[in-house]
Design a protein around this ligand. Sequence first.
Ligand code: ZN
Length: 252
Amino acid sequence: MRLLLVSDIHGNLEALEACLGSAPEHGAIANLGDVVGYGASPNQVIELLREMDPISVRGNHDRCCCGLEDTTHFNPIAADAANWTRGELSEANVDWLRELPSGPLRDGNWDGVQFVHGSPLEEDGYIASEFSASAALEISPFRLTFFGHTHIQCAYARQRYVTEALALERLNVASCAQVSRLRLDPNTRYLINPGSVGQPRDHDRRSAFAVYDDEKQEVLFYRVPYDIARAQERILQAGLPRGLALRLEDGR
Ligand code: ZN
């Protein structure tokens, strides 16, 4: 079965629609957190996601936007966006956010897999280097950990006491999407980040997601163009900070 992996959608409806439009057929979907915050379509994004009944963990922005936590540890732009989002969300969507579990989360259909927002060691921890990946992989009994939070599409592997960032194999596909493959070795433990749907930060403005295939034992990483101008226009119309619109075109 294929599992569609999405993370850090951040209220960007245009990006989420483009990802769903490019994704291959799949039997399930997992959301790795930060559904809302920054973008101008928090209700629409939650509603679209809820229809697909995803496996979900909460992100730090999800907690702030539904009032589980205040925004004192956010920078002023993130705090502005969280406060705007909180005012915008319907009661039903606030309730949905409040009930999201923290990771690490397991699911009965996916053997040897765990889902987290930041790190298995700490809900809001950042895995952004081989060093932090190594610390997480050392203690993890799971073969596959899917994580988000950094907004960087990547994979790390640990084998024989060594952790390394992996190069992905670019495939030739006849579509506007860029697809790269990672073949999984049965004796290796992996940390895999599908990248951010709604606010990529790896200097590639295209929306990111991934697909895990447990029969083929591979992960496909996607980059897809979306209507950035429309997402920016909605951010500006909503009165959200201008920088949130500008950063989308730089992918940072
Ligand atoms: Zn995020």
